[in-house]
Design a protein around this ligand. Structure first.
Ligand SMILES: C[S@@+](CC[C@H](N)C(=O)[O-])C[C@H]1O[C@@H](n2cnc3c(N)ncnc32)[C@H](O)[C@@H]1O
Length: 319
């Protein structure tokens, strides 16, 4: 099950692929191709599968294309965000509606482990954090060097769930005003280490004080929740009846967004509960297949600790 892979160890690989293929059909989308682990199993499991792989990161797309080249024309790729799915489908002449869409959110291991990408406080490098570092969007350095204390604190609180968000934000602003603007990951790490107390979790490993702020900055730089929200608004337009949607998230905010949207689409009607008869006429469009999220097994987490916060939700399109 857990094959060695110097790129990225795929999380909930077998579970995700089983759910994706459980409705039949042959056109599928992997909206977060990454190292191509899910994609490879999808293409290997059924010979008639054709897959569109999307990733915002040109480097990930390049590496995955090389890994999957033996599948030839069965794999199409497109660079950009899964949030603009319609554009990608059209660009590679894929059908407008497909039989399954997979999102495996967040970062891949190579992005985290490559200091030059600036995602991790464990490696010194430019404070970048953009999924597409060839693009023009703002970097993490731009954010920490220009945002106010209030805006930084809001990011750290909301997207990092950092209890000392204000303290971290104040320390960052004081650092850039008294020392120099941030340009390296280790400068930010040193600043956060000086400002934030080490939190010790019972029975668990100590959490590095920089963890939550780095995560929050990555989410802010890449507008990750905006991308997810946009996708959740529109994905049913691109699923055939019986088509599967499978989403693996690593952050409680993402998982909550997925859960609520699935529930809303499964309910349909948006009339106030006290209205005796439905007036909106909105039919349910989704059937939830995983009543509770699926978590990685203990065995998987032992093998790949990065899987520990993953949870998978699956649903099928019914109209
Ligand atoms: C966890 S990895 C996917 C790993 C992949 N499932 C595998 O098995 O190798 C997440 C990938 O999603 C990409 N990504 C993040 N946000 C994205 C977005 N909005 N659109 C497309 N790709 C995105 C990242 O660049 C990263 O390569």
């Amino acid at each position: 099950m857990f094959e060695p892979d110097d790129w990225h160890i795929t999380v909930l690989r077998d579970e995700a692929v089983q759910w994706m293929l459980s409705g039949g059909g042959r056109h599928f989308v992997d909206g977060t191709l990454g190292g191509g682990g899910h994609a490879e199993l999808l293409l290997r499991t059924r010979e008639d599968v054709e897959l569109l792989g999307i990733d915002r990161d040109p480097e990930a797309l390049h590496q995955a294309t090389q890994r999957l080249q033996s599948f030839g024309e069965r794999l199409k790729t497109s660079q950009g965000s899964y949030a603009t799915l319609a554009t990608h489908l059209e660009a590679v002449s894929f059908p407008e509606k497909v039989d399954g869409i997979l999102l495996d959110l967040g970062v891949n291991s190579r992005q985290l482990d490559d200091g030059e990408r600036g995602f991790s406080f464990r490696h010194d490098g430019p404070l970048d954090m953009r999924f597409n570092s060839e693009g023009s969007g703002q970097t993490a350095a731009d954010v920490v060097n220009t945002y106010s204390v209030e805006d930084l604190a809001r990011i750290f609180r909301r997207w990092g769930e950092e209890p000392q968000a204000k303290r971290a934000a104040k320390a960052i602003v004081a650092w850039r005003e008294t020392k120099q603007p941030f340009s390296r990951t280790f400068e930010l790490k040193d600043c956060l280490h000086a400002a934030l107390p080490v939190r010790r979790k019972k029975k668990a490993k100590q959490v590095d004080p920089a963890t939550r702020c780095f995560q929050a900055l990555r989410i802010a730089v890449n507008e990750e929740l905006v991308q997810l929200e946009t996708f959740l608004e529109t994905f049913t337009e691109h699923l055939n009846v019986g088509g599967r949607i499978v989403i693996i998230s690593f952050h409680s905010l993402e998982d909550r967004m997925v859960k609520r949207r699935f529930q809303a689409l499964a309910k349909g009607c948006i009339c106030p509960p006290d209205l005796p008869v439905c007036g909106c006429g909105i039919e349910p469009s989704l059937q939830i297949l995983t009543r509770k999220p699926i978590w990685p097994s203990d065995e998987e987490v032992t093998h790949n600790p990065r899987a520990r916060s993953a949870r998978l939700r699956a649903a099928k399109c019914i109209i």
